[in-house]
Design a protein around this ligand. Structure first.
Ligand SMILES: [Zn+2]
Length: 433
């Protein structure tokens, strides 16, 4: 364990420390952040003593990414939530906004150090140790994922960056340098498994023993994980972050029953009902949208930020000794469809479909008939057959029945030949309107 004195601290004690940090952060926001001073004042919270501690955080307004974007102007290109002077900022990451204008994420030296600390805890939970060689496949460039790479230095790993879209180079590196760990999106890990199988490359017999996946849901889906572990002959653990708050905030330990909050002490996590916005308790098994609050951030702290990640929380004790709560990402709220009042995540459909391996290949595409979120049943889904498999009578109906039983949603499964759906070397798109 990277920092046992932090990672095994009783959770109640962590919350007590977090409560004090939160109250300092609130006072800082009111003093330094024009965005939050005005937002909180409008909501009737002009002074720290009216806001109270973490136990009352559910009374405060939520922050949407769009509000931050709307606060950007020529005078404030990074947004009015920036709470430091320009000369205190040491790094600016950006995300590619849907409108084409990037949104910027500034960090102070302390912020950046905290990001690396949290990310290092999350990645070390996987069991990867000082001296191991890790090959990375992210084209970090302007993106916050670059800070996660700093965590590998912190852990004393030998880091071999290869980048995305260099499959030949990656496989040559694995063959020649024999790294024991590799980090990538689950989509790319699947793509590489097919690539290797097509070329009789012995991926299973390669040096890679740990596959660290991040960047999208999938690595936590039991059937996808089993397929990846079989193809790679490696143990899969996942990590998850969100650019605006921090990289690899969550990381899975060797017990592999959800990702622990590696950013404990830096970030407070809560759950809300995505429709009503109501605050939900963090009980074992609770499901909802993840909402995150910075506790000791300087450059552009966020309060009750809606991540759009729909997660399940686990608070039962973990045998690894880490006391932080764990979670699994079920899907992105942005991908969610509502079929006759039932919330459906495409990644959840994929998880069920994957149970039909080896008949199916693992690729799916949800093709809603209607524009928007609300859909009438049955929901059309393309499912790729496995390589060399032909449509077998009754398979589509079996998949439809299993999805109906598990997710209470009616689908129309169309089986398509292997290779029909597009593969991704980065993140997979599961819905096509
Ligand atoms: Zn654990």
């Amino acid at each position: 364990m990277l920092a046992p004195e932090v990672e095994t601290l009783a959770w109640a004690e962590q919350l007590r420390l977090d409560d004090a940090a939160y109250q300092r952060q609130i006072a800082y926001l009111l003093a330094q952040s024009r965005f939050y001073r005005s937002k909180l004042e409008r909501a009737g919270f002009a002074r720290p003593n009216e806001i109270g501690g973490l136990e009352a955080i559910g009374d405060l307004p939520l922050t949407e990414k769009s509000e931050i974007r709307a606060s950007c102007s020529d005078a404030d290109p990074m947004g009015t939530h920036v709470a430091v002077r320009r000369d205190e900022i040491v790094r600016v990451y950006s995300t590619s906004g849907t409108t084409g204008t990037p949104s910027y994420i500034p960090l102070t030296a302390q912020d950046l150090d905290n990001w690396v600390t949290a990310s290092a805890r999350s990645y070390s939970a996987s069991g990867v140790e000082r001296g191991e060689m890790i090959v990375s496949t992210y084209n970090a460039g302007p993106f916050a994922a670059g800070a996660a790479l700093g965590a590998f230095d912190r852990l004393g790993l030998c880091h071999v960056p290869v980048g995305t879209g260099n499959t030949e180079r990656l496989m040559t590196t694995i063959r020649m340098l024999e790294p024991t760990a590799a980090v990538m999106t689950p989509s790319y890990a699947s793509y590489l498994a097919e690539w290797a199988s097509d070329r009789a490359f012995d991926l299973k017999g390669s040096s890679v023993r740990r596959l660290l996946v991040a960047g999208e849901p999938g690595g936590g889906e039991a059937s996808m994980r089993a397929r990846l572990e079989e193809a790679w002959g490696a143990r899969v653990t996942e990590a998850m972050g969100i650019g605006d708050i921090g990289v690899s905030l969550w990381g899975e330990c060797e017990e592999r029953n959800g990702m622990h909050l590696g950013a404990r002490g830096f970030v407070h996590a809560e759950l809300i009902d995505p429709e009503s916005g109501a605050h939900l308790g963090m009980e074992d098994g609770a499901k909802g949208e993840l909402v995150l609050t910075h506790l000791r951030h300087q450059a552009a702290p966020l309060l009750r930020f809606r991540t759009r990640d729909h997660v399940e929380i686990y608070t039962s004790p973990c045998r690894c000794g880490r006391t932080a709560p764990r979670l699994r990402c079920i899907g992105r709220t942005d991908d969610m469809l509502i079929v006759r009042g039932v919330n459906v995540f495409p990644s959840a459909i994929r998880e069920i479909v994957n149970e039909f391996a080896p008949d199916i290949g693992g690729q799916i595409m949800v093709k809603p008939d209607a524009v928007g979120v609300k859909q009438a049943p049955p929901l059309p889904v393309l499912v790729e057959l496995a390589k060399g498999k032909y449509e077998e009578s009754g398979l589509a109906e079996k998949i439809e029945k299993r999805i109906r039983d598990a997710l209470v949603v009616s689908t129309r499964i169309d089986l398509v030949p292997w290779g029909t759906l597009q593969r991704s070397e980065y993140k997979s798109k599961l819905v096509q309107h």
